[in-house]
Write a protein that binds this ligand. Sequence first.
Ligand code: EPU
Length: 335
Amino acid sequence: MTIQHNISLKKYNTFGVECYAKRFVSITSFYDLQQLLKTEKDIFLISGGSNMLLTKDIDKLVVFINIKGISIDRENENSVYLTVNAGENWHEFVLWCISQNYGGLENLSLIPGNVGTCPIQNIGAYGVEVKDIITKVAAIEIASGKQITFSNKDCKFGYRNSIFKNEAKGKYIINSVSFKLTTNKHKLNTSYGAIETALDKKNSTNLTIQDISDAVIAIRQSKLPDPKEIGNSGSFFKNPVISVSQFIALQKEYSSIPSYKISDTEIKVPAGWLVEQCGFKGKRYGNCGVHEKQALVLVNYGNASGKEIYELAQTIQESVVKKFGIQLEIEVNIV
Ligand code: EPU
């Protein structure tokens, strides 16, 4: 465990923004993490770097969580229980599960980031959220250095939300996540429109978790930019939830407005649609812009600063408020 100085964080954030860490340490074991916390409390954590926008250099010690390893805790007739260390790459873990015929994560294929951060924003896509498969989360309390276990219920999961974005924010370091997956009789989730369409095209009957994963990968590749090619952080905004009365009023003016019912009083509206209607889709502003195929994704064309991207996000927010009276909430952590 060596502390390095003046390290560029460009390759540690999927937006590919250039910012510097005054001091930086890569942590590869639970033991090293506990040792470090004996002397360092004022730290800044970085893992997959897929849900953050860096707008300034980091003065705190940047701790890169790079603890690897997957263990099988137990198996019964239909299920397997796994514990996965925080530094495992999410998509590689999903592909490994599929190769072992472990079902449950196939709809979450190709999501950038690492396992340790998946509970924080409760990653979700194509009808599945990771909260459906997580059994517990192990974390170290920064103040005491003690290991704490959060049950699924303790995590207080919600749409792109959890305890780790609220009362537990900044207090813990997630070191592993445990999952319950199926080993047979997989419950395939094909209800999301785009998956049904992709599978229909394949005309398959006996669908496997591999087929679902392939369909999700194809859909994502067709509309979401690959962070290795063009910097981005996936959905930049959350899909807003509005009241039914506000929705009905908007529908009178914009009859094509898409929606998902949340409850008898609330409706979720796709932020991507709102942003597109305001004319931002595919537009470039200096070094950054709005992706041409998914208006929910802001992109860095190479040399954008975090500030530049954040300013574009604010311009978009103002425009959406003006046109629709809806305040978009930023999903990515602004640093
Ligand atoms: N839409 C537009 N214009 C756009 C984008 C979307 O009109 O530029 C409309 C689509 O036509 C569709 C609706 O919005 O009617 C929904 O679009 P899509 O299926 O692409 O999903 P989304 O609501 O925009 C959410 C997640 C994605 C996730 C997809 C699929 C959020 C904030 N985003 O996007 O998550 O992959 O559903 O489940 O909930 C991420 O978090 O990084 C992410 C990519």
